[in-house]
Design a protein around this ligand. Sequence first.
Ligand SMILES: NC(=O)c1ccc[n+]([C@@H]2O[C@H](COP(=O)([O-])OP(=O)(O)OC[C@H]3O[C@@H](n4cnc5c(N)ncnc54)[C@H](OP(=O)(O)O)[C@@H]3O)[C@@H](O)[C@H]2O)c1
Length: 340
Amino acid sequence: MNYTTLGKSGLKVSELCLGTMGFGTEAGWGSEERESFEILDRFAESGGNFLDTANIYKLGTSEKIIGNYFQQESVDRDYFVLATKYSLKDNETNPNASGNNRKNLMRSVEGSLKRLKTDFIDLLYLHIWDDLTPIEEIMRGLDDLVSQGKVNYIAISDTPAWIVAKGNTYAELMGWSKFVALQVEYSLLARTPERDLIPMAKHFGLTLAPWAPLAGGALTGKYLAGDNGRIKEGSKRLNDRSIAITKEVVAIAEELGVSAANVALQWTRQQGIKTIPIVGATKVKQLQENLKVISLILSEENIQRLNAVSQIELGFPGEFFAEEGVKKNNFGGFYERIQK
Ligand SMILES: NC(=O)c1ccc[n+]([C@@H]2O[C@H](COP(=O)([O-])OP(=O)(O)OC[C@H]3O[C@@H](n4cnc5c(N)ncnc54)[C@H](OP(=O)(O)O)[C@@H]3O)[C@@H](O)[C@H]2O)c1
């Protein structure tokens, strides 16, 4: 396992992050505590230190399992870089027990600390934009948590690029903590973050943390035979386009003698931006398979084949700046000679 620094911070994280949304068996899928502990053990033994959870995963069970794991004498909590999130509801009757507001932020973090049985969170994400709370309120609240020592670093997920850009710029002007990472759904089946979110992340030096890099398992090819597993009937992850993309992933994997999961994961890591995919696994075997990605490098030709089959329209104005658009727009012929 190699390590990298998260965003523009000095925090050292493993090149893969372990997604723990499947810790707990609520909603009819996921791993029991014992198997979750084993997944955590294997991940740590391989050098992995970066964990991703959220207050809402399995209605708190994911955080509780991690908290119980930390309680074991053989486990050093401090070894791990623990990320959790706030925003999504954990109470049906309290209008402020969800959303991005400061009251929920403070309340949610206290709940997470209790379930996680720790007194600090290494990285706190805003989970999803609520389209209500002023970004200034959010940045101030996050920075207060950092000042209080309850949170070390902050990050953001599932939010429009312009909001993230405004928040980061505001924090910079105020001398507050800035975001170090951006979580987006990003995989060969979900490339729309290439329009605005990824260029924004590059500009601000945010580490990209793709969630569902295997499209919930679809890109492993295991559903090509017909069974849907935990993917809902009618999901776009299993439509004709997705199946065509998955077949190309499987074909390349067979040529290279590696798993389709490894090809799909590695594609996210070769997109010209510092990227740490959040690898979900509900079985030890899956984790072991996925960890092999660290020794895979895809050739330019393989990347091009994968890009071609999964291509999306950048739309306006992105297409003006893409390679073809730049040629057509002709900025006096100089554009191609500028090294960006
Ligand atoms: N910020 C957000 O809004 C957001 C949203 C979703 C997820 N996340 C984070 O991202 C993480 C990953 O998300 P995800 O679980 O949807 O991602 P994923 O990596 O696309 O899918 C993981 C699932 O794929 C299957 N799988 C994994 N490795 C496999 C292998 N080698 N062979 C066969 N099947 C394999 C397993 O499905 P089965 O369990 O069915 O076997 C596993 O649960 C989550 O744990 C969470 O931490 C964040």
